[in-house]
Design a protein around this ligand. Structure first.
Ligand code: PEP
Length: 246
């Protein structure tokens, strides 16, 4: 089945008002990229401004996290409804840095994915094993547990991002055959929930995707795009990755 690819950039805790310049470069470059969905997920401070600046462009704006509830006494948190109101179209949930530094459990990630749906945002649900888990031969079991616990119920429209923790920001990537194996495994799990929705769901690969390795990584079966960290901060690096699909 042909799934429209998605290349999403996760800026993490990077980006200031001066970064609008980078967004403008991305918007200009995206005009030639008709075969791929392009997204940037800046820090929350930039979501509204980026969404306004990108409104008539091919670049969608996403956020990096949301609270499970719509509103309330949760100092410092931001709800999915607020992100939607600010112009976001999507939100990353369950990134390994949130799981690690904010102790987010699978159940908490599922609540956030549900919140995204409630607010009309596309949830990008992240899963992935640590190096120790892979070395112990537990990579598939870990990913299965994360999917079982983190995905929202039903045929909701969500994206899965497979991001081996050890590949994030390290310059290391799994072999293409390991990626094919894991993405095929994830596809089978998704199809086990719902054949049609499972076939339609995009599975992104994330972890040290760069212009130099993107062609090989994005050609792997069941890889429907990428979630890109470091290389998404610079339009001159990010655009060639998305440009693989042109
Ligand atoms: C990420 O954090 O989602 C990520 C994939 O980072 P990087 O591309 O820098 O490895």
């Amino acid at each position: 089945m042909a799934r429209r690819p998605l290349v999403a950039g996760n800026w993490k805790m990077n980006g200031l008002m001066a970064s609008f310049y980078e967004l403008e470069k991305l918007i200009a470059g995206a005009r030639n990229l008709a075969n791929v969905d392009l997204m940037v997920c800046p820090p929350a401070t930039l979501v509204a401004g980026f969404a306004a600046a990108a409104r008539t462009s091919r670049v969608a704006i996403g956020a990096q996290d949301c609270h499970a509830l719509a509103a309330g006494a949760y100092t410092g948190d931001i709800s999915a409804e607020m992100l939607k109101d600010a112009g976001a179209q999507a939100v990353i949930v369950g990134h390994s840095e949130r799981r690690q530094y904010h102790c987010e459990t699978d159940a908490a990630v599922r609540e956030k994915a549900r919140a995204a749906r409630r607010a009309g945002l596309l949830a990008i649900v992240c899963v992935g094993e640590t190096r120790a888990e892979r070395d112990a031969g537990h990579a598939r079991a870990v990913v299965r547990t994360q999917l079982d616990g983190s995905l929202p119920e039903g045929d909701a429209d969500f994206v899965v991002a497979y991001e081996p923790v050890w590949a994030i920001g390290s310059g290391l990537t799994p072999t293409t055959s390991d990626i094919a194996d894991m993405h095929g495994f994830i596809r089978r799990i998704l199809c086990g929930r719902s054949a049609a929705a499972g076939e339609a769901t995009r599975i992104l690969y994330g972890g040290s995707v760069k212009p130099a390795n993107a062609k090989d990584l994005l050609a792997v079966e069941n890889v429907d795009g990428a979630l890109v960290g470091g290389a998404s901060l610079n339009a001159d690096e990010f655009l060639p990755i998305a440009g693989i699909y042109s």
